[in-house]
Each structure stands twice: as C-alpha cells, then as structure tokens.
Design a protein around this ligand. Structure first.
Ligand SMILES: [Zn+2]
Length: 559
C-alpha cells in the first residue's frame, strides 16, 4: 500500500487544461482572471474527490502567475514561472492553505486575519485557501465575515466545501460560487485509460470501465482505485487484470450472477435464487452494491421491453446482454416497476436493519412472491371475468346489507365503542370459499379481519408491535419494534392479497408512527378509570378501603 496515493498525486492537474469534466467552470474563471475581474472570495462546492482543492490551487496559480503580469510567455507544467512552481510544491509564501476540518476555532481564524493585514511578499495577491470551510465554528465564521466585508485589495479567499448548506448566508453572499460537477463515467474512463497506458498497467478495458463506474464522478477515487488494481496485479502475477479481479477487489457481484438470480425468481425457483445469493454473500458482496446491480439489470430489462433488444451496452459483456434479453420475456413492465420500487425500498431498509444477509434473503423471497402473485392473478382472471358481473352484484348487495346492519347496531350501542367493534366482527362472514374481495379502508379494518380470520399472531403483531405511519389503499407504511415477527411482512402481504385480491406494498419506515392500537386502548381505558375515580360513590369506596384500587370499568351491557 506504499504507493497508494502516488498516482492520484502524480496525475493531479497542474493546469486548467488538465482539469477534466469542469470545462465551463475553468473557462469562466480563467477568462475573468485575464480581464482582471476577480472576486474577493471564491467558493468551490462539489462532492469529495471532484477536484475542489486542485481547482483552488489552479486559481491561486492563475492569479499569481508571473507570466500574467509580464505576458511574456504562457505558463505550463513544463515551464512554470517561480510562483506557479512554488504553488505546485505547496511552498508559496503568499498562498496559505488551511483545513477547516482540523482548525475550526476562532483562534485559528484570528491568526489568519492577523496575517491578512500584511501585503503579499512576492506575488500580486495574498491568497487563503480554506478547505472544508463548513467545519468552521460560528465564532470563526463571524471573525472571517469582517475580513470578507472589507478585504484589503491584495487579499483573495478561496473557500471549498462539500456541504454548502452549512455555510452561513452572510458568508455565501460575499463569495462568487462555482459548483464542480460530478465527472461523467466516459470522461473518467478515458482519463484512467490514458494513465494506465502511461503507467504500463496491464488492465482490461472492462475492468477500467468498472472502476470508472464505481468512482461515482470522482476522478481522484478513480485514480486511487486504478492504483490499487495495478498494485494488486504487481503483487500477484503479471497477467492482465480483468473485470473479475476488479470485482473481487471492490466486493462487487458478478453481474451474470445477479441476472441469474432474477432469472430464477422469474421462473418461480426462489430456493435456487437464494442459493446463488448465498454464493455471492460468501464472496463478500455488499448488500447495497448488490441491490444497485439489481436496479441496473431491471433498467436494462425495462429498456428491452420498451425499446426492443439491447445492443452494444458499454458496461455489460455480450453474454450478459443476451441473458437479459432472454429473461425479459418473462416479466411485464408493471412487474419491473414493482420490483424497482421494492428494491429501492430495500436499499432504504438497510439503514434500519443490521443483518444484511437476512435482508437480502428476505428481499429475494419477497421478489419471488411478488412475481408469483401477479402470475396467479393472470391465471385466475380468465375464470373471474365470466363470473365477474354476477359476483360484483353479489358483493355490492352483501356490502350494503353489512353496512345497514352495522349502522343500526352502532346507533343502538353508541356509547360502547368496544362492543360495536365486537359486533362488527360477529357479522356473518362473507362466503370465504368464493374469491370474494373485501374492501379495506383503514388499518383497523385489517385488525378486524385478522380477528375474523383467526390470525391470532398477525393480530397480536398488528396491535402491539406495529405503529402506523401512513395508510393508503394498497400501500401501508409502518414503523415497528424489535418484537415484531420476522415473517410479519410476508404473512401480511399474503393475507391482504387473499382478502382483497390486490397486491399491497408494505414498507418499513424509520419515522415514529402513531401509537399502537394496544397503547391507544390502554389510554382510553385509563381515561375511563380516571373518570370513574371521580365518581362520588367510588370515591367513598376507595377512601373506605385503604388497599382498594379501581382496575377496570365495565358497562352493564358488557357483561
Ligand atoms: Zn506561472
């Protein structure tokens, strides 16, 4: 790991021309410097590794370049003026770099401001580069603000940050802001390819492509990974580094395995799918990477279904493209949409669930289940269509009877809500042998159905271990406690499907939902008890007997 950083440093851009992916920004900044219209403070924002510090140094060079003043010749990496050379080597006396991540206090800023009062020693400008400026303390920002408001003419600030939202608006309004973009995969790929050739790295184009992809827009990350791959190769053998080597190095799944898992899922072989998954887990894949791969394959399947066969994808080899083309025949656009949503949801779930392995296993089985439900829906729909109209009439009539019946009962027993609920449950069951679809309008309806259908465990979970975050027809968002049955979602999805004939999406949410049904029942009972305690007769009773306590209140008709 000795040369881990070397390539990234070696290929750090020394000239705006070398700064890839930021062409517009480079041009704007250099043109402004040429005509002498420069701001007192620059603010550079962008994700880590995108080139903020590098850009800051390039700006410093351009501002202080001796050739700018004399205009004799153009400065370039092969023929730097003294100023440019000193900045490149980080030893320019008038260019000071400070990392706000380690120096956040007012004292650090005070030193800097004190220093700013003196004119530059050798260059045109004194330049302060403050990296990760959002880390400064409030006091430090206030200290800085005074200087930013009235800066000496020969003082320039270059601030860089990954988190622009954390910077006070008073500071922002005194800077000229430049947003560095994520560099495109193709640009990173070409850049890595060039470096790899210069370094005589024996690495396949597919392998480079993977590195470019996982760099997520950061040139520095890309170069560091390339460095690692080349070091890895030198340590092992002189063979070419191929895509599989890079996948192993990065903990990425072999995409053909991901495609095969989806294939098994679509063919209904969930146990085979789980077997392949376990193989990948043994190879040390990361759950998030795996799920992102699934998303990528799904998007390709979607493309195949909407636009026809996929050809010539730059990312995937031909065999894999063929496999995707083939398995896409077994899925509908709707299913892809469903899978997509569910995958994104699972990526989110990873933040709350500790065990990645269980999450992934559960995910695969749920996918198979989602697909299975859709298939059976298609098969049974043929039969259903013929009976549909009669059935519909029957349901409407039964629903009407049910409602009328219920309303009467509610009116007669208005004061006792518990009992109304019990009576409602005692209603004659809708004929369960036929595929009668029940309408569910609320979370409470589900609890009622669970009681009605004798799903004791489900009822228990629904009442005690689950908090409702939001309820829409077809989607339920819940938060839960650690006691919740592991198969809860699976069971509930199945039950909801068999009750309503519709696919419901149940998702876990980190938000704290409303109180559990159990908690609410307890509260209302306590309220009744407290009210009763104020009753004169009961008060007398409680006072007469020292150890007496009121623990329950029952209405007469509740016996
Ligand atoms: Zn120069």
């Amino acid at each position: 790991m000795k040369n881990y950083k070397i390539l990234a440093l070696k290929y750090r851009p020394q000239d705006f021309k070398d700064l890839i992916g930021q062409e517009v920004l480079s041009k704007t900044i250099t043109n402004a410097i040429k005509v002498g219209k420069t701001p007192n403070a620059y603010l550079l924002t962008g994700i880590r590794g995108v080139g903020k510090t590098t850009t800051a140094r390039l700006i410093a060079k351009a501002l202080n370049c001796e050739n700018n003043v004399s205009k004799k010749n153009n400065c370039n990496p092969n023929n730097f003026c003294d100023s440019c050379r000193d900045i490149t080597e980080s030893r320019h006396i008038d260019v000071l770099e400070m990392d706000a991540a380690s120096k956040t206090g007012i004292d650090d800023i005070r030193d800097l401001i004190e220093n700013s009062k003196y004119s530059p020693t050798s260059a045109s400008f004194k330049i302060f580069i403050i990296d990760e400026v959002h880390m400064l303390s409030k006091q430090a920002f206030n200290g800085l603000l005074k200087t930013l408001e009235e800066p000496p003419p020969s003082l320039k600030f270059i601030l860089a940050t990954t988190e622009v939202k954390k910077i006070p608006i008073t500071i922002l309004s005194r800077c000229q802001r430049f947003d560095l973009k994520r560099v495109k995969i193709d640009q990173i790929f070409n850049h890595l390819d060039e470096i790899s050739k210069k370094e005589k790295g024996n690495i396949s184009s597919k392998a480079l492509r993977i590195i470019a992809q996982v760099s997520e827009g950061s040139v520095r990350d890309g170069i560091s990974l390339l460095d690692r791959a080349i070091t890895f190769q030198n340590a092992n053998s002189k063979n070419e580094i191929n895509d599989q080597d890079v996948r192993n190095m990065l903990g990425l799944a072999d995409k053909s395995k991901v495609i095969n898992i989806l294939k098994e899922v679509l063919e209904g072989n969930s146990s085979k799918a789980v077997d392949i998954l376990k193989e990948l887990i043994n190879h040390g894949i990361e759950a998030k990477n795996f799920l992102n791969d699934v998303l990528e394959v799904l998007s390709l399947m979607n493309r195949k279904l909407s636009l026809g066969s996929i050809k010539n994808d730059k990312i995937l080899p031909e065999e894999e493209i063929n496999l995707i083309n083939q398995i896409s025949n077994g899925i509908s656009i709707e299913d892809i949409g469903l899978f997509w949503q569910f995958t994104i949801k699972t990526i989110d779930d990873l933040k709350i669930i500790n065990d990645e392995e269980i999450t992934l296993e559960m995910y695969i089985m749920q996918l198979a289940h989602l697909k299975g439900m859709n298939t059976s829906l298609v098969e049974s729909s043929k039969e259903e269509i013929t009976n549909h109209n009669e059935l519909k009439k029957e349901i409407i009539k039964e629903e009407k009877d049910f409602k009328e019946n219920n309303t009467l009962k509610i009116k007669s027993q208005l004061k006792n809500t518990d009992q109304v609920k019990n009576k409602a449950i005692e209603q004659p069951k809708l004929k369960t042998a036929e595929p009668v679809k029940i309408k569910i309008n609320s979370f409470e309806d589900i609890v009622k159905l669970a009681i009605q259908e004798n799903e004791i465990e489900l009822k228990y979970d629904l009442e005690r271990n689950v908090k409702l975050v939001s309820f829409k027809n077809g989607t339920i968002d819940i938060s839960f406690n650690e006691k919740l049955n592991k198969n809860f979602i699976k069971i509930l999805t199945e039950k909801l499907y068999s009750w309503t004939g519709e696919r419901w999406i149940i998702s876990l949410n980190k938000k704290i939902g409303e109180k559990t049904i159990f908690e609410r029942k307890n509260e209302s009972r306590n309220k009744i008890i407290n009210e009763a305690k104020n009753n004169k007769k009961i008060k007398m009773l409680l006072e007469a007997f020292d150890d007496a306590n009121l623990i329950n209140v029952q209405k007469d008709d509740e016996k």
